[in-house]
Write a protein that binds this ligand. Structure first.
Ligand SMILES: Cc1ncc(C[n+]2csc(CCOP(=O)(O)OP(=O)(O)O)c2C)c(N)n1
Ligand SMILES: [Mg+2]
Length: 284
């Protein structure tokens, strides 16, 4: 665990590389929404989560639910780097018999706390898990990641209202505001207006930060520790595809099947970036 910003930046790039390599091995995958959350995953797995990779089911652990379950490739990279399983296994992404399906599955992957993929549902599950931890008297925190397009669904808003009514201050919701969903811009499909204003109105302690800056995300997560009696919302202002310029600049970057030589170039670019960085969250 580290609060060293350089180490967390490196970890975020390693997570990006893992997601890209896993998708490269399969030939296609959900690249845009995997890359946009890499910085948040680096902060969580590098600096925040009290977890034990040798004992993934430790009841007192902090939990992480990625309700936008299609970001599996980034989650698997983070878990592999954290030591839940040999990192190279993520290269079996979405192959028959794999432990790493395209969407997160808690019965298949050590370290995945909840099965997700049917958008909206992970929110209620995470809120229920956070309430369960409180009822059991556990000192565990729940970190929930939702997509901005996912918030087209009604279910998250029921869950958020309930979380605030229950004063679930052990819950932090990240909204990955990457401005795009599967088939276009969120603002063109079902304009959400301000997520921050909505979460505030729902009774959340709310912050909006640059979600592709590990320092900003870390500060926001740490600030939550000082606010009691309310659940927390962190709106992550991100870029879909963040960290791989050609993906950022591709309009349809939700799921991509790049030519082998193209994705090999993206992976090499990330490897070069990592090589140029000092230290690392898990190198210490
Ligand atoms: C209930 C449900 N409807 C539709 C889908 C298909 N689907 C998968 S990802 C996606 C778009 C999600 O957009 P967003 O939440 O913004 O994700 P991100 O931009 O982070 O990839 C859709 C419609 C689904 N998985 N679940
Ligand atoms: Mg989105």
């Amino acid at each position: 665990m580290t609060k060293d910003i350089g180490a967390l930046k490196k970890l975020a790039t390693q997570i990006r590389l893992g997601a890209v390599e896993a998708i490269q091995a399969r030939g296609f995958g959900h690249i845009g929404g995997s890359l946009s959350v890499a910085d948040t995953l680096a902060v969580l797995y590098g600096a925040i989560l009290r977890v034990d990779p040798k004992n993934p089911a430790w009841p007192e652990r902090d939990k992480m639910v990625c309700s936008k379950g299609h970001a599996g490739p980034a989650i698997y990279a983070a878990l592999g780097l954290k030591g839940y399983f040999p990192y190279e296994e993520i290269l079996t992404l979405n192959q028959p018999g794999t432990k790493f399906p395209s969407h997160c599955d808690r019965k298949k992957t050590p370290g995945v706390d909840m099965t997700t993929g049917s958008l909206g549902q992970g929110t209620s599950l995470a809120v229920g898990m956070a309430l369960g931890d409180r009822l059991k008297g556990r000192d565990s925190r729940m970190y929930l990641i939702v997509g901005d397009g996912e918030l087209n669904e009604g279910q998250p808003w029921e869950a958020f209202m309930f979380a605030a009514a229950q004063k679930l201050d052990n819950l932090t919701v990240f909204i990955d505001w990457n401005k795009k969903q599967l088939d276009g811009f969120v603002a063109d499909i079902n304009h959400p207006r301000s997520f921050a204003a909505k979460m505030e109105a729902f009774g959340f302690h709310t912050q909006e930060v640059n979600g592709n800056c590990v320092e900003a995300v870390l500060d926001a997560v740490l600030a939550c520790e000082h606010v009691k009696g309310k659940p927390h919302a962190i709106v992550l202002d991100t870029i879909k595809g963040a960290g791989v310029k050609e993906v950022e600049e591709t309009f349809s970057n939700h799921s991509m099947a790049p030519k082998p030589e193209v994705i090999a170039r993206w992976a090499q670019g990330l490897r070069d970036e990592i090589k140029a960085m000092e230290g690392g969250a898990f190198d210490a």
